[in-house]
Design a binder for this molecule. Structure first.
Ligand SMILES: Nc1ncnc2c1ncn2[C@@H]1O[C@H](COP(=O)(O)OP(=O)(O)OP(=O)(O)O)[C@@H](O)[C@H]1O
Ligand SMILES: [Mg+2]
Length: 242
């Protein structure tokens, strides 16, 4: 039996409005007369991803890759069309999004996990793993405002990889922390990716990494899907275009 669809984009368009200044942007909230330029970051995009699939997104800077991932995680919404997501999403992008800087690391673990619809019991079950992975010592009980940016990223990463996601979203710029921590992250991501039930959406500019981890590739150009198919063909297509 074919696995069920866990991510579906139905004719999705994302329009960003570019105002001349932040003041104009604010005025634009209340009046339609304030002039702005339009940037269609994603255009009429449709695709489906089934449980356990691993999909790489290719495209030049500004092609819309991160915008697509952000719509899957719910950080941003489509202007037109529909995005359907079924499952617990863990995102290795914007690692400190959703943190409360006045709360401690430990409190933030509970908070972020509950945002991922985990109940108290599930949170308790992974808390130890998260703390161990983040490896920030006594700071775990200090408020986040006392963390270095590397420490915040470590905690964010630790939560996302240990929360047992159904859908893992990875945006390449995955260089969190020092060399040793980066290695630990890569190993952990590889371990999650190896789980056949976990669905992966992966953005990278490294074609070999994509080939290592993904079986399918989608090529984007200026927000439009140009190719969607087996990873080798997607890479060939992308290389021929660039
Ligand atoms: N918050 C925003 N406001 C306005 N425009 C935005 C915003 N975020 C992205 N854009 C624009 O949308 C387009 C797509 O951006 P996106 O970040 O999705 O590209 P990308 O494919 O991830 O690029 P990169 O490889 O550089 O990460 C770009 O033209 C970008 O300038
Ligand atoms: Mg990006």
């Amino acid at each position: 039996m074919e696995n069920e669809v866990v991510v579906r984009f139905d004719n999705v368009t994302k329009l960003y409005k570019l105002y001349k200044s932040s003041r104009a942007r604010f005025k634009g909230l209340f009046s339609k007369k304030v002039p702005y330029k339009e940037n269609r970051a994603v255009k009429n995009l449709s695709f489906e991803v089934r449980r356990g699939e691993s999909v790489a997104l290719f495209g030049r800077n500004g092609a819309g890759k991160s915008t697509i991932l952000k719509m899957v995680t719910g950080v941003t919404f489509p202007t037109e069309g529909e995005v359907y997501v079924n499952g617990k999403v863990s995102a290795l992008l914007e690692l400190s999004a959703g943190f409360d800087i006045e709360s401690t690391g430990r409190e933030n673990i509970s908070f972020k996990c509950s945002l991922m619809s985990m109940n108290e019991e599930e949170i308790k079950a992974v808390e130890g793993d998260i703390i161990k992975f983040a490896d920030i010592g006594d700071y775990i009980d200090q408020p986040l405002r006392s963390y270095s940016s590397g420490m915040k990223a470590r905690l964010g990463f630790a939560i996302n990889v240990n929360a047992q996601p159904d859908i893992l979203i990875v945006d390449e710029a995955l260089s969190v922390g020092d060399k040793a921590f980066q290695k630990k992250c890569k190993d952990k991501v590889a371990e999650i990716m190896a789980d056949e039930d976990v669905t992966l959406l992966f953005v990278t500019h490294s074609l070999t990494t994509a080939q290592d981890f993904c079986s399918r590739g989608i090529v984007l150009e200026k927000g439009t899907k140009l190719f969607d198919g087996p990873i080798e063909e997607a890479i060939e297509f992308y290389e021929a275009k660039n």
